[in-house]
Design a protein around this ligand. Structure first.
Ligand code: ZN
Length: 77
């Protein structure tokens, strides 16, 4: 599906741009991998440091923590 491939490329480019612009814990994410069940959860509304996210598959809630390097960690809430 060509349309879908284009969308994914644009998403990747947006993420690179966001990371370059901030380079710190203010980076925002549009998806996460659940630490409990390993499912990938796309998030239409982006989330960032200190915000709560919920796994759509197992229902576990996490608090997002973004490191100074812009890496995402999820802590069970
Ligand atoms: Zn899960």
């Amino acid at each position: 599906m060509p349309d879908r491939m284009v969308d994914e490329e644009e998403l990747a480019r947006d993420e690179e741009k966001d990371a370059g612009a901030s380079m710190d814990g203010r980076r925002r994410f549009k998806d996460f991998d659940c630490p409990d069940c390993n499912a990938n959860n796309p998030y239409d509304e982006s989330f960032g440091d200190g915000e709560e996210v919920r796994c759509f598959y197992c229902g576990q809630e996490f608090v997002a923590q973004v490191s100074d390097e812009g890496k995402l960690k999820l802590k069970s809430s």
